[in-house]
Design a protein around this ligand. Structure first.
Ligand code: 44T
Length: 845
């Protein structure tokens, strides 16, 4: 991105020219004048070049011209953005930052561009810098909060707060170091905690590497604050790029790492350790141990892992991965083709597919039922490089599992035990008191398969492209083999365990229906949305009501409703409905199915458009009544503008709440725009959103939000550094299963009126009475989305596709039962913030 050629070169010649004052001064003053003139003429590109020249030649003008320069930069960047000259745009920002490296407004603005272009980490870095320069800069703060999760993922807080885990690692490291491992490498050091454990245990040399820039910088700060900056060498790199002696002087005797995810291998531990054994570690020990002396052999903590699996029935998982309904808002789904979540390990690996997702089974609403006993899926010895290398070429292992309980097969859940050494281990199991989630391998078999006791489930375990893959392939029942996922056989053609007859059958089945043709991928939240019956039913009723009202009104005006939209009539005999939902939505089709409605859908992906077309066809909706307006409109300015200009919209459907539980950005701006485009009597759906909340005491939320002092981190001073990345609003919560004590009733926090601008406000004070004594640590919030005065949808309903969000208070607030709490609720650019204060009730001491 940096444009080296455009940088001012401070060589001898420029210095000489600086002394030639009169000519230089003239150039500067002429350029400054030109810059101002061009700015006045709105020729921002030329103005920007003139300003660059002036400020590079005469830095003393920086203060004077700063505001105009910024304005020019932002205007010019907007123009470059609108014509897609992205590289030029970033070059301009780079040049501007060379002149004003500590300008928080430029940094924040560049962050916004980076964010929109999808460079999230870089964007987050810019917001963070802007905020460090000016901590009370609200724009940068809001932007930073939106992206902090990408810079420092929330699990860092959980892991650092997990004292038991930290202590077990510390003890294992201490034993190894005292047993002779004097040189240590911490792979994926995060905040540096394991490296510091090694140093504290007396290791002579400690190295640490970390690939995330933010985490690397954090680790440097933490290690310095703990007085170890000279004694731990931290490298900002991936361990796979490390070399001896370039990066570390010699091979080490101990590698410590916790680069494991819920599915064990997802952070690349196998590849990292194969590389470490070949390039960074002393050779492994053979035979007797040499305690007390410096080790000439290498070893790894953790030493081994065992992976477990279990088949489960779980409605919550099912509704996020499979279509569970036959009808949606009055439309039959029979013609939809196969809809599937992008989590599948049975298909060919590609970028859009994940082999597993993660969930904390113990926190799933509705719980789960285990259909088999836990089984051992895999053992792996991290100290055996041949075993690590052989993993991906291991034969697919077939495991037969007796079914112990009848139920629908929804997923295989997977967890592991990490053996740090021969004595100590950590488990990520669903029954453990652990911060870990389990890996979930959903089953996609078309209609859902009901297992019965005495069945045997056939599971295949393999390790391809460094991921562990588990597939439920078949069920053995009364001597028959029933295949669960037809695609599996085509993936493992050489599978030696399948019998030839069964293979032939599946091959024939594949011929009959081309399975990939009608397969459409939907995000898990989109799948849950389709399965949300109440949501679609509510929209269907509200749309039907409005459309019949508008038709009545138009008939009174003399309109004739005919079915062919191409036949001209004196007044518009069609009603126009625009659905601006994000992602996949059937609402346009539901509107079109009301008759005499031309609906515009925002669905962009062609596979998803095909699904809508198929459904339209099967529901008798003519092709002309469904339009994909994003196909025609290139730029955002065209947003909400219907191709034909004479008529206005009868209804505009806005997508108000993100799945994570936050109000969508720019919602109120979109609503204002939408209001201007409505015909008389037309409506925005929803017309109003009411935000509700509740006072709660939740330690879980605290643990996810900030490191709680030095105690959990073994006395190391880490909290103040990582807690800079604490965010006040937590998202993707499930309030129904959140471990917390409710300290009040639900209370209305805020109202957003989408139909009536004047009704809106940005601040509100709400008084709420504590019903129970406790410490208020958080205020979870959710929404009632009012489609009209009678019909509403709640984001808290049990089959909602929405999760909830919560404000975590900076300081917990102690309350007694009966105390009144004053909440100051603010809405700034779609972001809710809440502060809580104890109300001084009269008569109180
Ligand atoms: N998440 C756990 C996974 N790294 C832990 O950049 C458990 C998730 C989790 N650095 C809920 C709960 C939990 N070389 O900072 C990261 C990463 C870094 C490397 C250098 C390498 N080869 C690597 C590989 C990874 O290591 C750090 C830790 S990865 C651990 C992932 C509480 N959700």
């Amino acid at each position: 991105m940096p444009n080296a050629s455009a940088r001012p070169k401070h060589n001898r010649r420029t210095r000489r020219r600086r002394r030639a004052d009169p000519a230089r001064n003239e150039l500067v003053s002429n350029s400054l004048e030109s810059a101002q003139q061009c700015l006045f003429n709105q020729d921002y590109g030329t103005a920007f070049v003139h300003y660059l020249l002036v400020l590079n030649l005469a830095p003393m003008f920086k203060e004077f011209a700063k505001d105009s320069f910024r304005f020019t930069l932002f205007k010019w960047a907007e123009e470059l953005d609108s014509v897609g000259r992205i590289q030029d745009l970033f070059d301009c920002y780079e040049q501007a930052l060379e002149l004003f490296p500590a300008d928080e407004v430029i940094l924040n603005s560049m962050g916004e561009h980076l964010f929109r272009m999808g460079f999230r980490d870089e964007a987050a870095g810019h917001f963070h810098k802007a905020l460090k320069l000016r901590p009370d800069y609200p724009e940068a703060r809001e932007n930073f909060y939106r992206v902090a999760n990408w810079l420092v993922e929330r699990w860092h807080f959980l892991m650092l707060n997990d004292h038991r885990r930290n202590q077990k690692y510390q003890q294992a490291i201490q034993k190894a170091v005292q047993g002779g491992c004097s040189t240590v490498l911490d792979i994926g050091t995060g905040t540096g905690i394991l490296g510091m454990c090694a140093k504290k245990a007396g290791a002579a040399e400690v190295y640490a590497c970390e690939l995330s820039k933010t985490m690397y910088e954090l680790a440097c700060e933490v290690v310095t604050a703990n007085g170890m900056d000279g004694s731990i060498k931290i490298l900002h790199m991936k361990s796979l790029d490390m070399e001896v002696p370039k990066d570390i002087p010699q091979r080490v005797s101990l590698v410590v790492t916790e680069t494991v995810d819920a599915g064990l291998f997802g952070e690349g531990i196998i590849e990292s350790l194969i590389h470490a054994w070949h390039h960074l570690l002393l050779p492994p020990q053979r035979g007797e141990n040499e305690f007390g002396e410096q080790s000439t052999t290498g070893r790894v903590i953790p030493a081994r892992a065992t992976v477990f699996g279990m088949a489960v029935e779980c409605l919550e998982i099912r509704r996020h991965h499979r279509l569970c309904v036959t009808e949606v808002g009055g439309l039959s789904m029979a013609a939809a083709g196969e809809l599937q979540s992008p989590v599948s390990c049975s298909s060919e690996p590609d970028d859009s597919m994940e082999p597993y997702t993660t969930e904390r089974l113990s926190r799933l609403p509705g719980g789960y039922k285990s259909l088999t006993e836990p089984f051992t899926a895999l053992h792996i010895d991290f100290n055996n490089v041949q075993e690590l290398e052989g993993l991906s070429s291991r034969k697919v292992q077939e495991i037969r599992l007796p079914v112990i309980r009848g139920g629908e097969l929804d997923a295989l859940a997977v967890w592991f035990q990490l053996h740090l050494d021969e004595e100590s281990s950590l488990s990520t199991g669903p029954q453990e008191d652990t911060c870990w989630e389990q890996a979930i391998y959903p089953v996609h078999s078309t209609k859902g398969f009901v297992l019965k006791p005495r069945d045997e489930l056939v599971v295949e375990v393999s390790c391809r492209d460094a991921y562990l893959r588990l597939c439920s392939v078949a069920v053995l029942r009364d001597g028959h083999k029933i295949h669960l996922d037809k695609r599996v056989d085509s993936i493992y053609p050489e599978n030696p365990t399948s019998n030839p007859e069964a293979e032939l059958c599946s091959a024939l089945a594949c011929l009959q229906t081309d399975q990939t043709k009608d397969l459409c991928m939907l995000e898990c939240s989109e799948m849950a949305l389709l399965n949300n019956h109440d949501y679609h039913q509510s929209f269907c009723s509200a749309l039907a009501k409005l459309i019949s009202q508008l038709k009545g009104r138009k008939r009174e005006q003399g309109c004739v409703f005919q079915s062919d939209p191409t036949v001209p009539s004196q007044c518009s005999s069609l009603l126009y409905v625009l659905d601006v939902s994000e992602g996949f939505s059937l609402l346009s089709l539901i509107a079109a199915s009301q008759g005499h409605v031309k609906a515009y859908s925002s669905v962009e992906k062609s596979k998803q458009q095909e699904v809508l077309n198929r459904l339209a066809h099967s529901s008798g909706i003519s092709e002309q009544h469904l339009e994909f307006w994003l196909n025609h409109i290139e730029d955002e300015q065209g947003m909400l503008q219907r191709p034909s200009r004479e008529d206005l919209w009868s209804a505009i459907i806005l997508d108000c709440v993100e799945t994570c539980g936050l109000i969508r950005q720019k919602l109120m701006e979109k609503a204002s725009l939408a209001r201007c485009l409505l015909e008389e009597g037309g409506r925005i759906f929803p017309e109003r959103i009411v935000v509700y909340g509740k006072l709660v005491e939740s330690d879980t939320l605290l643990l996810e939000s900030a490191v709680q002092g030095q105690e959990p981190t073994l006395g190391f001073n880490i909290a103040p550094f990582i807690n800079q990345f604490t965010v006040p609003v937590h998202v993707f919560l499930d309030f129904s299963t959140l471990e917390c004590r409710h300290l009040s009733e639900s209370v209305e926090l805020f109202v957003l009126d989408l139909m009536e601008t004047n009704a809106n406000y940005t601040h509100r004070e709400v008084k709420v009475q504590a019903t129970t004594a406790g410490r208020i640590t958080a205020i979870p919030f959710w929404y009632h989305i009012h489609l009209d005065s009678e019909i509403s949808v709640s984001t808290l309903s049990h089959n909602s596709h929405w999760k909830q969000a919560a404000v975590v208070l900076q300081q917990p607030l102690e309350v007694r039962a009966g105390d009144w709490v004053r909440l100051a609720v603010k809405l700034h650019k779609s972001t809710i913030s809440i502060s809580a204060h104890l109300e001084n009730t009269p008569g109180m001491q």
